[in-house]
Every structure is written in C-alpha cells, then in structure tokens.
Design a protein around this ligand. Structure first.
Ligand code: A2P
Length: 262
C-alpha cells in the first residue's frame, strides 16, 4: 500500500482497480480539488517513464462531474508503453494526471434536441459512462439511447453493470428512470443482441427492437466514440440521414471522437 511517492505535483492516488477481462480494466483515482470538467471530456494521464519523464495518454473521464473521485476505463495493450505497466497499478499507488480537460463529446457541442444517441465500440463507452451519470443529460433530452458493440459478451460487462446500477442509484436514479435505453451487441459471440452498431442502424433493427422512431435530424442528436473505421462509418451514416458534425464553437447535430488506446 505504501508505494513510494513520486513527488510530482500532478500525482493522484489510485483508490480502486477492477479487471473486467484479460484486455480491459477500470480504475479510480483521487480527484484534484482544482479539476472541473464537463461530462464527456478527456485528460492526459500516465506514469513516470523509464527515462524519468511522464509517459502520458489521453483518457476519457468515465465518472460524472459530481463524483469525488475520477474513474477511467482502459484497454491493456501487451506491448503498449503505458498500458502494459498501467494495468498492474494497485490501490495506494500513484499515477500522473494533467488537469486540463478537453474534448468534443460534450452536451454543449450539440444543438438542443429530443433524443440523444451514444454510439460506442470497445473502450469508446468511457465518455458515455460519464454522460449517462450526469443529470444534465436527462434535463436536456427526453430519451437517451446507448448503443455499444464489442466482440464478446465479457467486454460489455463494464457498461452493462453500470447501466444496471443506475436506476437504483440514490443520486442519479430519478433522472435516469425510464429515459435511458441500452442496446448492447456482440459481433463475435452469440448473445441476446448481435451485430455492429452500424448494421443495426442501417437495417432499422435497433428502431424495431426498441420500438422507437428512426433517426430524424430535427430531433435526434448523436455522439460517436470508437475506432477510426467505426467513427468514419458512423459519420457517413449520420450525414446520410441529414445530421451535421458539431463542435464546441459551432454546435450541430452530432459529434465524434476517437476512443483512445495506449
Ligand atoms: P467486428 O467484430 O464485426 O469487426 P475492434 O476490437 O476491432 O476495435 O472492434 C470492436 C467492435 O467494434 C467489434 O464488435 C467490431 O465488430 C466493431 N467494429 C469494428 N470496426 C467497425 C466499423 N467500421 N463499423 C462498425 N463496427 C465496427
């Protein structure tokens, strides 16, 4: 527990680590008092490198703004300079965290609408784990639909347990109740729901399964977070349906950001 302190001004202490699969883990760290962020933003975090310099990567904050701690969700890359080491962190040890949050997956980058779609593959669910715990998301939208695709069932577990916990959550439960629709699918293993996010949208299957109207640029808003290929395919689908890409400085109907790996 008593890891040597790095004496870095940006050091934060790990409070909890959960290993979801051989390749996925989440961890929680203390939150610097000075850190203010908007749900969906990312920060730079990491460890001290072999050369004594900080080795940092972009990580979406997966916890909501009201949480006393910060949560992150990460892939374990066997040869990844950072995650090959970060995956072994333990409670009581320190990480480096730079407190300048940024990013485009924020509610302010979207025009007002009725329904918010969150489209993710793999660890791309991290920023949405923050947004679905933010009361403001439900104040701004009548309905929130979270679509998440992974290859296998076990890779959906982080999101599944989070969604399951929300309705009974004393802080956020009343906001979420009846408003959050969750559509988890796998592509390489059978399960209750299968297929890529993209295919389930273009075939109309997700609208049928959830009993909801197709996407309409007048009232639907979207956020995309996944691999480069996924993001490109999703952009093309949404643009084809008449949604335009927004930014902090020019809000529109959808926003996109790459899920980070390290
Ligand atoms: P698939 O198994 O059909 O490739 P990855 O680990 O390669 O990033 O993939 C994570 C999940 O995202 C997988 O379920 C994968 O489906 C899906 N996926 C990968 N690329 C795309 C894409 N271009 N469009 C939609 N889904 C994708």
């Amino acid at each position: 527990m008593n890891a040597p302190k790095t004496a870095l001004p940006d050091a934060q202490t790990v409070t909890k680590v959960t290993h979801w699969t051989d390749t996925l883990f989440s961890f929680r760290v203390t939150r610097p008092r000075s850190l203010r962020f908007r749900s969906g933003e990312f920060v730079m975090l990491g460890l001290l490198g072999e050369n004594g310099k900080p080795l940092l990567r972009a990580y979406s904050i997966a916890s909501p703004a009201w949480d006393d701690e910060l949560e992150f969700y990460s892939i374990k890359v066997p040869d990844g300079p950072l995650t090959s080491r970060l995956q072994h962190i333990k409670p009581g040890e320190e990480i480096i965290l730079r407190t300048k949050p940024t990013g485009t997956l924020v509610l302010d980058a979207l025009l007002p609408g009725k329904r918010l779609w969150l489209f993710a593959t793999g660890t791309g669910i991290a920023p949405f784990a923050s947004l679905i715990r933010d009361p403001e998301t439900y104040e701004r939208y009548d309905e929130v639909v979270l679509m998440h695709t992974c290859r296998e069932q076990a890779e959906l577990e982080y999101g599944r347990q989070l969604v399951d916990s929300l309705e009974d959550d004393p802080l956020i439960g009343e906001f979420v109740e009846g408003k959050l629709r969750y559509y988890p699918t796998t592509t390489q293993e059978d399960g209750p729901l299968t297929g890529r996010v993209t295919d389930n949208l273009t075939s109309g299957k997700v609208f049928e399964d959830l009993g909801i109207a197709p996407i309409d640029p007048a009232q639907d808003r979207g956020m995309i977070c996944g691999s480069i290929g996924f993001n490109a395919d999703m952009k093309a689908i949404l643009e084809g349906w008449g949604l335009r890409e927004g930014a902090n400085s020019a809000p529109a109907e959808y926003v996109v950001e790459r899920a980070f790996v390290g």
